[in-house]
Write a protein that binds this ligand. Structure first.
Ligand code: FAD
Length: 512
């Protein structure tokens, strides 16, 4: 029997979860994650950095303008402006925590350029090591904060409404015991969905658990169809695929096919710095037609590669590729989910006592396509807002935590089902979609839905159904959602998707 004396539970130890826990101090918080807090999520892997208007001739208004343009008509403009206005304060706070952002000896930031930003505004660390450096800084701060009780090795799989004042979270431990934790405030910070795809840049834990758990307790899910595919994942057949940060293209690296032709320039004058969805589709098409795709940093970065991009360099060398004198093979991979649990400006979900922050949330800031490096910023801004929102409340204490018996759910074929979900997602719900493929995936998902399987796998399936059903429903191409049977944007469909579990199950069942 465990006893917990915390009224606040945070699920997830990435940037959103950790920063929120720190901002809630000295309120007692229990932070739960399946593996090591700080290093287990996508945050640790972030390469580029955090978008913020830090240069003299830049402004939050210009940052918001670029964010709105990238989002293809679906960005909530007030949310985007609010986020851009708070960027400088969040960066300043990280600096005070000790984050070693790249600056001159006079303290002036040295931001980099990424696609679709009209200014150099990516605040970074040692070129491509922002995520790691920021998370190490926050982990040190966490270790020195006694109000945060960290539970590692527990995977949340279910939420239930206990009564009008509290929620319960059910977690599975590594020895398959189930534990129920009750709390007055539940903050979901479980990250993204990349691992629902067979080709992804995301870590193992990014498999959409938060969306599925929230949806099963009745939360509204927004914009689930909008998945960003990163055009330059390093294609060396590893799972997950290492990333070659967009800053490489910002610093002049080009994309070529196997004949050395810089094919992006044929269709878009912005070439390598066109928005990610456009670059991803062209890279995908080049690979599909057999011409391949490569990132070529030989001329513009060359010998400086190891010092300017040490993380990417290490991944290349480990795969036997020397980027100083060899082009890097690339492919588009599932990278970021613009959709998620619908939240308001304070990070509140449609369920009382439940908030969502970071990639699992859909705040309306990204619309149909995320502007590069806006996600770490969104995680910080909304974690801070949620902490403020909770601090204003009177919170009941709930000294409660119960060990339940071992879970008897059979584990049979779960890995086969996971492989099937991931392959269907990459093949039919990927960079280029259409009715036929989406219906095929949903038909299979609807059949799998009723099969007995561990709850963690059922959660993966539910989130996959949200993405595929929302993609089938949106009969147009917009931002990262591209349908070759509806290749144009339809102005009458310019509003966000807001949908529930019953609605997506109806769509899936209609495909059988
Ligand atoms: C390779 C890579 C590079 C990137 N580079 C950038 C960049 O330069 N700039 C930028 O802005 N964005 C970048 N992104 C995106 C960005 O890193 C993420 O969107 C962001 O880190 C998400 O933060 P988070 O805290 O929401 O989730 P994460 O950091 O993914 O953390 C999620 C946490 O939840 C835990 N969790 C998952 N499931 C459960 C469960 N069932 N129960 C309990 N806990 C759970 C995980 O273990 C983890 O601790 C990058 C992403 C990748 C993959």
């Amino acid at each position: 029997m465990n006893n917990f004396s915390t009224p606040i539970i945070i699920l997830g130890g990435g940037l959103a979860g950790l920063y929120c826990a720190l901002k809630l101090a000295p309120l007692p918080v229990t932070l739960i994650a399946p593996s090591s807090v700080g290093t287990s999520g996508a945050s640790y892997w972030a390469q580029g950095g955090i978008a913020a208007a830090v240069e003299e001739d830049d402004s939050p208004e210009k940052h918001a303008f670029d964010t709105i343009a990238a989002g293809a008509g679906l960005v909530d403009e007030n949310i985007a402006l609010g986020m851009a206005q708070e960027a400088r304060s969040r960066i300043q706070e990280l600096l005070e925590f000790g984050a070693p952002f790249d600056r001159t000896k006079h303290g002036v930031f040295l931001p980099s350029q990424e696609a679709a930003h009209s200014h150099r505004r990516i605040v970074r660390v040692k070129g491509d090591s922002a995520g790691r450096a920021i998370m190490e800084t926050l982990k040190k701060k966490l270790d020195a904060t006694p109000s945060i009780n960290v539970i590692e090795g527990a995977t949340a799989y279910k939420i239930s409404k206990h009564n009008s004042h509290s929620l319960s979270v059910f977690c599975l431990t590594s020895d398959e015991k189930s534990i129920e934790y009750r709390c007055a405030c539940l903050i979901l910070a479980t990250g993204g969905i990349g691992h629902l795809y067979s080709l992804t840049t995301n870590p193992l834990d990014s498999c959409g658990a938060g969306v599925a758990m929230a949806a099963q307790v009745g939360a509204v899910i927004a914009d689930a169809e909008f998945v960003q595919f990163h055009p330059t994942a390093i294609d060396i057949h590893t799972d997950p695929a290492p990333l070659a940060t967009e800053s490489l293209r910002g610093e002049g690296a080009t994309i070529i096919n196997r004949f050395g032709h810089r094919f992006l320039i044929d269709s878009d004058s912005r070439a390598e710095l066109a928005p990610r969805d456009i670059v991803a589709r062209k890279v995908y098409e080049s690979i599909q037609e057999g011409s391949g795709a490569f990132l070529d940093a030989r001329e513009k970065i060359g010998r400086d590669f190891p010092t300017r991009f040490p993380a990417v360099y290490a991944s290349c060398i480990a795969a036997g590729i020397n980027p100083i004198n060899q082009p890097i093979p690339i492919a588009p991979a599932a990278h970021y989910h613009m959709g998620g649990i619908l939240t308001d400006a304070c990070g509140r979900t449609s369920i009382d006592h439940m908030w969502a922050i970071g990639e699992v949330a859909s705040t309306g800031v990204h619309g149909a396509n995320r502007l590069a490096s806006n996600s770490l910023l969104e995680a910080l801004v909304f974690a801070d807002r949620v902490a403020s929102d909770i601090k204003k409340r009177q919170i009941a204490r709930s000294d409660y935590g119960v060990n339940l018996p071992k879970s008897n759910t059979p584990n049979i074929q779960s890995s086969a089902i996971i492989t099937e979900i991931r392959e269907n997602m990459s093949n039919h719900v990927g960079v280029i979609r259409n009715k036929q493929g989406l219906s095929l995936a949903l038909k299979r998902f609807a059949t799998l839905y009723n099969k007995k399987k561990p709850p963690v796998v059922q959660n993966m399936l539910i989130t996959a159904i949200f993405i595929a059903a929302s993609a089938l429903k949106r009969c147009e191409s917009r931002g990262a959602h591209y349908r070759d049977d509806y290749p144009q944007e339809n102005p009458t469909l310019g509003s966000r998707t807001k949908i529930t579990l019953n609605q997506v199950l109806d769509i899936a069942n209609s495909c059988i």
